[in-house]
Design a protein around this ligand. Sequence first.
Ligand code: SF4
Length: 226
Amino acid sequence: MPETTWIIDSVTGALTVEGLSQSSLTAMTDEWLSQSVAVNCARPFHSSVINGLPILPAMTEPSLRVHRIYHHSVVEGPGRRSVLQVAGCERRCIGCYVPETHDLNGGVQMSLADVAAKLLAKAGAPRDGITILGGEPFLQPTGLLTLLQWLKAKGQHITLYTGFTLEELQQRDDASTRQILALTDILIDGPFVKELTENAGEWRGSTNQRILHQPVQYLTFIQQTV
Ligand code: SF4
């Protein structure tokens, strides 16, 4: 029997369920609850949040290519989180929930100032941190690093998803990548593997993915013991 997780947000009253098929959930919600909305692993529930935002920036301004920004996620890191979903991924995991984020030229080019303002905006309920997922965040290391520096300066807890493993990131031997890891509180690493979804538990899409707290320390440990 697959494991399911039920989360009730005591502030907004929203019920979030992980581990049930959409058809099972729909049957239950038709009878007992109001209409359900799919969120799933890394699948945002607001599809038009960034509609109307200015397409920026000047070429010299730090920026990121953004697919969506949304708030009140309780399945993508600890607590209630505001989420940045960047555009662009070349990994092509079979069964990926968000193929609409793969296009490297998709989404909207936004200034980091706009991204940070949208993420830190008052969302009507307390925020426990910021989650960044994709797409693949490490395909935009320069913008990602600067954004993380800004968010950490504001005291935000950072959860970062990547389709790369920590070892693959280490092999980059890249200063930006290492700095990004140093600013990350939780790294959820590795590709999505469709055959390993059962009992993945909270936050992860498949059991091969790891939840790594303070990943840069783990990276140092790896280097010291090789
Ligand atoms: S790394 Fe993430 S966004 Fe990219 S294909 Fe895999 S699951 Fe999809």
